[in-house]
Design a protein around this ligand. Structure first.
Ligand SMILES: Cc1cc2nc3c(=O)[nH]c(=O)nc-3n(C[C@H](O)[C@H](O)[C@H](O)COP(=O)(O)O)c2cc1C
Length: 390
């Protein structure tokens, strides 16, 4: 793994070419290693993992293995954590440091549970806490290992710029700015003027995010705001070849996805494989076809459907970025042993157990995904495309 690539160099390389970095967003459940590998074949330069809860990651080995899977070609990679204290963020960062190019602090998650427990957007009003978290990593891990923060714009643009200046002065390598406020929904208009003002006022590289569905959207946003990188989330889900200029998922992309699944053995769940295809085929299938496809429940039936109905030929195309070998991550026990296994059903503020099912002994370690599934608001999954049939 080439984790020595520094993000500073990466930003410099694209700047010297008068280009911008094309970035795959952190996406809970979705920006996993197979998807990261897929999008790199279509112009993505930098990928983020899904948001991982730093405290669970430090405390529980099952959480570590469920939430973080990587390969020896999965680079450059930023691991995104949700954290609300410097100790958890630093220790989680130390644990992934051998396997990634940097860590990112989520300050943009608007979900109610996150706000209640001091994660995500709630940190936007506590810049001193963000500063503590960032400084902890900056002062304790090597300078080529990046530390960054993903924020949303605030109602008051001056406050957004003030926050970026604070982050800059505590040594962040870059900042990702989602051009919507915490109370805006994902379909709402992105505030391009605010993004432009932020980019013009801050010296560290800025990745802008929001509403990018095509390469033209990304190019236009870059021209309008003069940023260093453009990040896409939902647009990449529906068309992983977005940054390559395709307007809908090309057949080769579906073939690559099948091939990446075949090379993953038991490292990919059916749900992950199928959900991605549901997104990718959104613009290709008619509604009745989608209803049929969304009901499929085995790898075999999905592959058969694709071969019979979508693909013109069944050859696997050559591709540049392969999955590589899965890495058996060894996490420093000197660090993990300091984070006792805490009961998740105890009613403490960091407890994600909403029904006392995930006590220490019985837990499957999938705190975060289990929680999301039961969460009252899937703000990170605002599509209701699964509602019809799943
Ligand atoms: C399915 C899904 C999962 C997401 N998960 C995360 C996440 O883990 N961390 C994060 O910072 N943002 C997350 N987001 C927000 C995106 O990173 C991005 O900021 C937002 O969707 C706006 O970009 P878009 O308009 O290109 O979708 C998620 C978005 C989606 C659609």
């Amino acid at each position: 793994m080439s984790q020595e690539i520094s993000l500073k160099d990466l930003f410099l390389q694209v700047k010297n070419k008068n280009e911008y970095l094309k970035v795959c967003a952190p996406m809970v459940r979705y920006s996993r290693v197979q998807f990261r590998t897929l999008v790199k074949n279509y112009g993505v330069d930098l990928c983020f993992t899904p948001m991982i809860l730093a405290d669970s990651f430090c405390q529980n080995s099952k959480a570590r293995y469920n939430e973080f899977l990587t390969t020896d070609t999965d680079s450059p990679l930023i691991v995104q954590f949700a954290a609300n204290n410097a100790n958890d963020f630093l220790d989680a960062s130390k644990l992934v440091h051998p396997y990634a190019n940097g860590v990112d602090l989520n300050c943009g998650c608007p979900q109610r549970w996150a706000m209640k427990d001091g994660y995500g957007c709630s940190l936007l009003s506590k810049p001193d806490i963000i500063q503590d978290l960032v400084l902890g990593v900056r002062n304790n891990l090597p300078s080529h290992f990046s530390v960054s923060v993903k924020i949303r714009i605030l109602q008051d643009i001056k406050k957004t710029i003030e926050l970026c200046h604070q982050l800059q002065s505590c040594g962040v390598d870059f900042i990702t700015v989602h051009g919507r406020t915490p109370s805006q929904k994902s379909g709402e208009k992105v505030n391009v003027d605010a993004l432009r003002e932020v980019c013009a006022s801050v010296q560290v590289p800025i990745i802008v995010n929001g509403g990018v569905k095509t390469l033209k959207d990304a190019d236009d946003l870059y021209s309008a705001v003069k940023c260093n990188g453009v990040m896409a989330a939902s647009g990449l889900l529906t068309n992983p070849a977005l940054f390559d200029g395709s307007t809908k998922t090309p057949q080769t992309c579906i073939k690559l996805w099948m091939d990446l699944k075949n090379k993953s053995n038991d490292h990919i769940t059916f749900q992950c494989y199928h959900h991605h295809l549901v997104f990718m085929l959104e613009k290709i299938l008619t509604k009745p076809e989608r209803q049929e496809f969304n009901c499929l429940s085995t790898f075999e039936s999905v592959d058969e459907y694709l071969k019979m109905n979508i693909l013109n030929d069944h050859t696997t195309p050559d591709y540049e970025h392969s999955l590589g070998n899965f890495i058996k991550c060894e996490f420093d026990e000197g660090i993990t042993s300091q984070h006792g296994k805490k009961c998740r059903g105890c009613g403490k503020s960091t407890c994600y157990c909403i029904c006392n099912r995930y006590d220490c002994d019985k837990t499957d370690g999938k705190y975060f995904s289990s929680f999301l599934e039961e969460s009252d608001s899937l703000d990170y999954m605002e599509t209701n495309m699964f509602a019809e049939t799943l």
